[in-house]
Design a protein. Sequence first.
Lengths: 333, 309
Amino acid sequence: MFNRSKLFSALAMAGVALFGAQAVQAQVIKIDGSSTVYPITEAVAEEFQKAKKNVIKVTVGISGTGGGFKKFCRDETDFSNASRPITKAEMEACRAAGVEYIEMPVAFDALTVVINPKNSFLKQATVEEMKTLWEPAAQGKIVKWNQVNPAWPDAPVKLFGAGADSGTFEYFTEAMVGKAKSSRGDYTASEDDNVLVQGVSRDVNAIGYFGYAYYAENTAKLKALAIVNPKTGKAVEPSAANVENGTYAPLSRPIFVYVKAKSLEKPEVLEFVDFYMKNAAKLTKEVKYVPLPANAYLGNLEHLKKKKLGTVFGGHNEIGITIEELMKREAKM
Amino acid sequence: MKPLTTEQIRRVIARGKFKDNLFKAIGVFCLALALVVIVALIADMVIKGSDRFTLDFFLNFASRRATQAGILSAWVGSLLVMLVTALAAVPLGVAAGLYLEEYAKRNWLTNVIEINITNLAAVPSIVYGLLALGIFVYQFGFGQSILSAGLTLALLILPIIIVSTREAIRAIPAMIREGSMAVGATRWQTCRYHILPYSMPGILTGVIIGLARAIGETAPIITIGALTFIAFLPPVPFTETGTGTAGLFDWVMSPFTVMPIQIFNWTSRPDPAFEVNAAAAGFVLMAMVLSMNAVAIYLRYKMRKNIKW
């Protein structure tokens, strides 16, 4: 077996020498990871290439937050898009490969619970009600609205939610049910959020959840459900303003890019990060996410200058962190 | 036995004719059903995507703005991947088919190989993607490149080409071989001057069917890491790239995207305006496949005319 792999490697070397691989790949900035962060990074990459007259090349892939970190920690990409902080296992993988990184929050997303616009009985919901509806114990048992809340009608519940591999699923279950990836299984799951949009818009008794951008582009077909903030007891609708002032909790979440420290030795990568942070506020708004305050982006560049490596989350996902709290934590780093 | 009267004979004929017509009607209905579905699909894409059938759509890169987004990197990527696929799969597949049909001895080993090739044609494409991820991308170090994608799809369509090559060869009457050998031709000369030319129409059909399948494949390409946003083209040989002159084969190592991935990305975006792009791109992909089939039919027709047994 060992001999064969040696032979393969020799063949590969011959192939690479023949085709001159390095010459082409050296000038490309490689980005991969979450589909949630993708629209922002894509917008930045598009503008950056325009500004640089296409001399510096940027590629962006979508392989999910986890898939992105896998490539990132294997030293294959320069940036990793992530819709949640890096986990303990991923930190370990990066350390083993000698990959060091700088964590940069780039925006906030509001996970949005949506219902059909014709639904007249749902005005707001509490975290407990959502838990009753979505927890694993509800599977096959909670099938009518009045089982969740007696004030609601005796009508069937139609559930639509994110697929089990997405960061959205992980965050929603942790925020609502209390444990990541713990959810009932008898709902319509799709990695393609447009399938969920269609599903909820066609059924009066439907309820579903996904990122705010999908709601914002389809406000005619969907209604956002106000979620009661457990700290204040007030029902809050998802909106840019409510994410900024920290009242839309616990479904607001920060999203990140991770930059490989070694890549910063390349001048084009440094230039790209600079461009990203200076244009992120404007472009984030354009693709329907909530931008961070201007000094957050400056803080990211500050971290970059001082080479502050690592994460401020210590390998855990944190539920309901507000922009303000995140900023404080970043400043302390 | 009493001879039938004219009346009885007429009735038998009428019954036969009725059955004939019934079968004809069922046949036409089945055909119409298939045609209506495909015509409806194409019409739907053309109507939905009509706003995007401009030159810009073909010459623009992907963009976050639906009206400015185009398919340049996707169609160029698809064509280049197909080129690599064809260059790798056709010689291998035809040679393998020819060997199995004309050279190999009939024994248990060839039987095993035969069964395996037929089974390989039914292996889900994602499995080829996983195999290629391990071998081409990491072991050989080709990376997420056009070369990796082309070779992966070549593996995928190899069984199709081998099987169709063998069928085409088997359709040649034995007398052709015997006649060729009888005038003193070697086996290779028989293959070169008789078997291959006569089976070429059938082989070409298999090749095109294989390539048409490959161009629409998404799963293995995603597995080996095709990109979603890429706003540059592979380097054209012998041009300035910024870090030197591109070599003849530099493009095969370039990152890429292909049509099905671009379409998938557009359908999963929040902004419904991208559905128009997806429909238009879907039609372009369909047109690519149909024109490949047209080329196959034309070549087959032309080559058949030249065969005179």
